[in-house]
Ligand binder design. Structure first.
Ligand code: IMP
Length: 439
């Protein structure tokens, strides 16, 4: 049995897609376990760029078993568009399996997401407006529509009617919106059901069979620990649990099925949307990192907020997830900076010092990161392939991070290309690294 979870250790956008794509080559299956098309990952293969939202990152390997688990919320229109786009570009998507228990994003979820944000005004969360929160809310309220409901028109219509009933007041401004017509909506979703039917499966059982046969299964997280609805910067979070523990719930496996947990972090920090960000850099330095790192959302195109690497938050994420390995992405973006800041503690109101991530929202909102300055390097890292290719200052930076967090760094990203990575010795000890670093 080899279950490996890959999770975001910051506020999302850490480059999980690239790392998962890379590790997926050694795995037998990739299972997404939470989130939806609020996620977006970019994979670069040679000259070709792929932007995926719902598809598990292993989909570019022909026939690879790629699973959308029960914990994911699926906008079927987006999924079908992604399937069609991949097919038209020659990708074999026959390995895709979709959990019959996954919940569906409905047209009213999109409207409610936007309406909710508009109502919050200045206090808005900055959601991706993809209907994620309202869909998870319906799931918890037991008014959700699931993938399996697409296969029975009568049941589907009844469930949609029941889900619409308690929303009548909040949907009143959209009374004339054609997407809300019960019959049209039912028909539209039945059509989606026909398109997706061949991929619908009992995906938990699929995962068990593979794990029990000694195969390697990757559990691919979306977003990141700091956006976790329980452990992140609530309410400026997403509506699911991106931490590794949720891989079990969202895929239908047990904690003992997961052997390794990889946390992905950038060499600096970004976040999109509102909410506290203690190491945020305002001004030319933050702008320069945004430009050099191409820090604009894959899903919404929004410019990302940028800041120094926040080791207080990263150590918190490492403990929450019991990380066994770290992968640091985009180290190349920091080339050319004379000094590089890393945040080692927070300073709050009244000059209070916090070595640990504060649980209290008011404390966190007032916290600013105190940074240590480490030496930068001028060399371009794009051609580095081994640890010894890296400049001494870059190696010192990585050593500092690994020691502070207490988790070994297995893999370092030095450019957007799939070959632009450095496997460390610690990475070679991993279930996946042993094969990948030798290959
Ligand atoms: P929602 O998930 O669309 O409800 O958005 C809630 C918060 O999570 C917002 O701040 C979003 O910007 C953020 N968010 C959601 N998905 C991602 C992601 O994949 N990367 C980064 N931020 C995300």
């Amino acid at each position: 049995m080899s279950g490996v979870a890959i999770v975001g250790a910051q506020w999302g956008d850490e480059g999980k897609g690239k790392i998962t794509d890379l590790l997926a080559e050694q795995a037998d299956a990739v299972v997404r376990f939470q989130g939806g098309n609020n996620a977006g990952h970019t994979i670069v293969r040679g000259e070709v760029q792929w932007k995926l939202h719902l598809m598990p990152s292993g989909i570019l390997y022909p026939g690879k078993r790629c699973v959308i688990g029960n914990g994911v919320v699926i906008d079927p229109k987006v999924l079908i568009d992604e399937v069609d786009d991949l097919r038209s570009r020659g990708v074999d998507v026959s390995g895709l399996r979709i959990s019959a228990n996954a919940h569906l994003i409905m047209p009213y979820h999109l409207l409610l997401d936007s309406a909710g944000e508009a109502r919050l005004g200045k206090l808005q969360i900055g959601t991706t407006r993809r209907g994620i929160g309202p869909c998870y809310a319906d799931k918890a309220a037991r008014l959700g529509i699931r993938v399996q409901d697409l296969l029975d028109e009568k049941i589907l219509r009844k469930k949609i009617a029941a889900a619409l009933e308690p929303k009548r007041l909040s949907l009143r401004p959209y009374a004339r919106d054609p997407t809300l017509d019960l019959h049209a909506m039912t028909e539209e979703y039945v059509t989606y059901g026909h398109r997706l039917e061949r991929h619908i499966a009992d995906t938990a059982r699929l995962a068990w069979e593979m794990l029990d046969a000694g195969r390697t299964v990757l559990f691919e997280g979306a977003q990141g620990a700091m956006l976790d609805i329980d452990h992140g910067t609530y309410p400026f979070v997403t509506s699911s649990n991106p931490v590794a523990g949720a891989a079990c719930v969202g895929a239908g496996v047990g904690p003992r099925d997961i052997e390794e947990i990889w946390g992905i972090t950038k060499a600096y920090t970004t976040r999109v949307g509102s909410g506290p960000f203690p190491t945020e850099l305002h001004g030319p330095l933050g702008d320069a990192i945004r430009e050099r790192g191409g820090e604009f959302g894959t899903t919404t195109g929004r410019p990302r907020r940028t800041g120094w690497l926040d080791l207080v938050a990263l150590r918190y994420a490492a403990r929450l997830n019991t990380l066994t390995s770290l992968a640091i992405t985009k180290l190349d973006v920091l080339s050319g900076l004379k000094r590089i800041g890393v945040c080692t503690r927070y300073r709050g109101a009244d000059d209070a010092i916090f070595d640990h991530f504060p649980y209290h929202q008011s404390v966190l909102h007032q916290a600013t990161g105190e940074t240590e300055e480490l030496a930068g390097w001028s060399e371009d890292l794009g051609e580095c392939r081994t640890e010894s290719d890296l400049p001494g200052a870059a190696r010192d930076y990585l050593d500092y991070v690994a020691e502070f967090i207490g988790v070994p760094i297995a893999l370092v990203g030095v450019g957007p290309g799939r070959e632009q990575v450095v496997w460390t010795r610690a990475g070679g000890d991993s279930v996946l690294g042993a094969q990948a670093s030798v290959a």
